[in-house]
Every structure is written in C-alpha cells, then in structure tokens.
Design a protein around this ligand. Structure first.
Ligand code: NMX
Ligand code: MLT
Length: 439
C-alpha cells in the first residue's frame, strides 16, 4: 500500500536524520548578513524540503531528476509521450521512480476519492461572480475543510507519532477533489454556470481538461505537462513555505494548503501567469497589432519599466538562467503550435527582454520563469480567461506542498518560529550597545 511504503521510507529517513543531527547538529551552515534579514531572507538556508531542490543554473530537480530526465523516466500516459503528474507525486512522496502500476493505482485512488460535497458548490455559488477565481478557489478549499481527517482525529486526541496518517489521508482526498473545484469555478464564472460532470475513467489531468470543457487530446496532453512542471520548486518559494509554516502549527492540510495558495495568488508569485498574458494583450491593444515586431516589443518593455512596473514572467529569486519549465513549454509549443501568433510573440519577448533587464544593472536574473510561457499555450486552445490561470498552477502545486506536509508530519518537524529584531535593536547593536541573540 502506498501509505505503508511512505511510512517505511519516512521512518528510515527520520532515523537517518536523528543520527546526522546527533553527530553533526552543531555544524554551521553559512552566515547571515544584516542585509539579508531586511531583504527577503534571500540566500539564507533555513528550511528542509525533501521533495525537490533548485539549482540556480540548472533549475529544479525532483528527487534528483531534472525535467528532461523526468520525461524520459516517469511512466507515460497510454500511447502518449508525456509523463503523468501522478508519477511525479509518487516520486516526491516515496523518493523512487514509480512503475506503471504505481501510477495507475494513484489515478484510481484519486478517481474514487474525487467526490466533492454539495456544500462546497453552495459556498462557491454564494460568491459574487466577479470574485477573482483564486479567491473562489481558496474559499472552495476552506469549505471542503469540513472533511479533514486530521482536524477530526486531533480533536479526538491524537498521538504525535500518528500525525502523519490523517495528514496523508487529507492530502490524497484534497488532491483528488481539486480538479472538480477548479473546473466548477471556471464553468460558473466563464461558461454560464453550465457544469460538466466528471468522467470517472479519466486520469487526474485528463478529467480536469474534460470538466473545464476542453476535449482536445492535445489540451489534455498540455494539462499533464502543466500539472507536472508546476508541482514543486523546493521549499522556500512563497506557496511551499507558507504551507509549511501554517502546517507547522498543526493546522490541518486544508488550512495549510489554502494559506499557501493565498501566497500563490500574489503577482510576484503564481499570479504572474495571468499578468503575462494581460500585459501582452495590453501591448497588442496599445500597438494596434496582434504580432508586434521585436522593436515594438522593446519600446513597450521600456515603457513598462519607466512606469515603475516589473516585466511579468521575468526574473527569479533563486534561478539565474532560463527556467527549464519555460523550455519544456517552449518545446510543447514548437511541436504542437509552431505558427501560433501569441506563442511566437512569447518567443520574441524572450529575445528582447533579457538584454533590456540586464542593461538596468540591478536585476539579478534577466531570464524568463515558468509564468512567461504558460498562458500563451492556454490561449491557443481557447482558454483566454487569464484570471483563471493561477488556479491551474494551484491545482498542480498541491502535489508538491502536500507531499511536503506529509514529510513534515512524518519527520516530526516542529513549529516554525524564527527570531525577529527591530531596527531600534539593530541600531543599538551597530553601536556595540546590545547583542543580537544567536550571534
Ligand atoms: N522586471 C523589472 N524589474 C525587475 C524584474 C522584472 N521582471 N525582476 C527583478 N526586477 C528588479 C526588482 O524589482 C528589484 O528592483 P528594486 O531594487 O528597484 O526594488 C531589482 O530588480 C532586484 O531584484 P532581484 O534581486 O533580481 O529579484 P528578487 O529576488 O527581489 O525578485 C521576482 C524576484 C520574481 C519577484 C522578480 O524578478 C519579479 O518581480 N519578476 C516579475 C514577476 C514574476 O514574474 N514573478 C513570477 C516568479 C515565478 N513564480 O511563479 O513565482
Ligand atoms: C515557483 O515555482 O514557486 C516559483 O518559481 C517561485 C520560486 O521558486 O520562488
């Protein structure tokens, strides 16, 4: 059973970590500079997240595998070339590549557990239709929190050693139900409230595409790609970190995941995927053309910067190269829609923006991130409602942050509570009048 396999892996890892800490617990990792505590804690190693690791040059590795390696090694969708996010979930949870049977098992568990209780739809129906889809999404997740095994078990009295088990059960159920909630929001807001019943025979991503109303096999393929590449980006990104932080107070997985997704809804994080397409549409409008030249794009980028705005989809807090997730989407575009005008505009922007950002002399990474590309692929299939895009990111991100929460609970990770200081204390410390704790 998947649960037993996870528990065996987690017990072995916990014993190993205990031994590492016993012998090496006092070893110092890096040093913290004053500027770092004022500037977003950039570069401070302060978290453990087992599911993936980000290399600034190379990009993300999931349990040691790069995105191209995942394409080669994860089980593929039947008769297709694309791996299934179910396989990545298994890899992040267990730490080993799954077999076809492992993936089929997860698909079938998620199919069986996908029923969303009607009060969740009633809650969504009570919201004004102009509510942003990400706000609807986290409210939908919160309405579903009534189902939490963890909160019920904790209320009854739960031994610390057993925290992981209802967390695992919550993660499986929540992930299984998210496509239905996402699709309900989409159909309610954009498709006259005309809903599409789930198809219990489809895989997790295929069913999401189906319930959204996109039956093209290529769109389903895109959803499998999309759900795989957005799943995780080590532990320090806002959505993963917020989920971990809130989960560390033993908030149940619904509460913790919703907290993370509130962070994902920020324009410097996941909402950047909507901002990219909005920005391109505004550029097209301003220039009166669907296919601006590179010169026109360059002028528009400079105008954006002169207004004190960021160029959405570019830059990263850790990455220092083109995001391999951008490259994976570019490859999809080259294979399936090489002549699409919007996709070609995204590629022209990729040529134009980095030298301009570099010329500012302050942007640490002038290269595109995952969000620079994703919207254009969705527009190609007719999914033009860009405010919805971050909801798709959120469905995928559940795979990473919830497997991490299972690990947090199985390893007995404690309450997260770093020390903060005041500027008054910093000033006294600089004058040598006061010590800062931990020096
Ligand atoms: N356009 C204009 N200016 C930028 C950009 C950009 N794309 N990226 C960084 N800068 C500026 C940044 O605002 C800062 O300016 P100032 O000193 O005046 O405050 C300066 O360059 C240094 O910032 P960095 O250290 O390079 O970047 P930081 O780690 O602070 O922030 C991001 C990282 C991702 C928040 C930033 O690059 C950004 O705002 N990008 C655009 C939004 C975006 O695409 N976010 C999505 C990230 C991926 N995701 O899905 O989460
Ligand atoms: C992510 O996928 O979470 C983003 O690239 C942001 C990050 O890693 O900080």
């Amino acid at each position: 059973m998947l649960k037993d396999r996870f528990k065996a892996k987690a017990d072995a890892a916990a014993a190993e970590i205990k031994e590492i800490l016993k012998v090496h617990g006092n070893k110092v990792i890096g040093e913290v500079q004053l500027s770092q505590i004022y500037q977003g804690m950039r570069g401070i190693t302060g978290l453990v997240s087992e599911t993936s690791l980000l290399d600034p040059q190379e990009g993300i590795r999931f349990r040691g595998y790069t995105i191209p390696e995942l394409w080669e090694k994860l089980p593929k969708f039947k008769n297709g070339s694309e791996p299934m996010p179910e396989g990545l979930f298994y890899l992040m949870l267990i730490g080993e590549l799954p077999t076809d049977e492992d993936v089929a098992h997860i698909t079938s568990v998620w199919q069986r557990r996908s029923h969303v209780p009607s009060h969740v739809f009633d809650t969504l129906d009570a919201l004004p239709v102009h509510t942003h889809p990400m706000t609807m999404f986290v409210i939908g997740v919160m309405a579903l929190q009534t189902e939490s095994y963890f909160s019920k078990a904790y209320a009854k009295g739960l031994n610390k050693k057993d925290y992981w088990e209802p967390t695992f059960d919550d993660a499986m159920v929540l992930i299984a139900r998210l496509p239905r909630i996402a699709a309900y929001i989409y159909r309610r807001k954009y498709k006259n409230n005309e809903h599409i019943e789930p198809n219990g025979l489809l895989d997790w991503s295929g069913n999401l595409a189906h319930m959204l109303g996109y039956e093209d096999d290529k769109f389903k393929k895109l959803m499998r790609l999309y759900m795989t590449i957005h799943a995780d980006h080590e532990g320090g990104n806002v959505s993963a970190h917020a989920t971990h932080l809130v989960g560390s107070a033993l908030a149940d997985p619904y509460l913790a995941y919703a907290a993370g997704m509130n962070g994902l809804a920020g324009p410097l994080h996941g909402l950047a995927n909507q901002e990219v397409v909005k920005w391109i549409f505004e550029m097209q409008e301003a220039l009166g053309t669907k296919q601006p030249t590179k010169e026109q794009i360059a002028e528009y980028v400079k105008k954006t910067l002169s207004e004190g705005k960021v160029v959405p989809g570019y830059g990263h807090a850790v990455l220092r190269q083109t995001d391999p997730r951008f490259i994976a989407q570019m490859a999809f575009g080259k294979e399936h829609m090489p002549d699409d005008p919007l996709v070609n505009t995204v590629w022209n922007i990729y040529e134009v923006v980095p030298p301009i950002l570099q010329s500012l002399g302050k942007v640490k990474n002038p290269w595109p991130n995952v969000d620079a590309h994703s919207g254009a692929l969705l527009v190609h299939f007719g999914l033009v409602e860009y405010e919805f895009y971050t909801v798709l990111f959120a469905v995928s991100r559940a795979l990473g942050v919830l497997t991490s929460l299972c690990w947090d609970r199985a390893l007995g990770m404690p309450l997260e509570r770093p020390k903060s200081v005041t500027t008054e204390l910093v000033k006294r410390w600089l004058e040598g009048k006061e010590q800062i704790w931990g020096e």
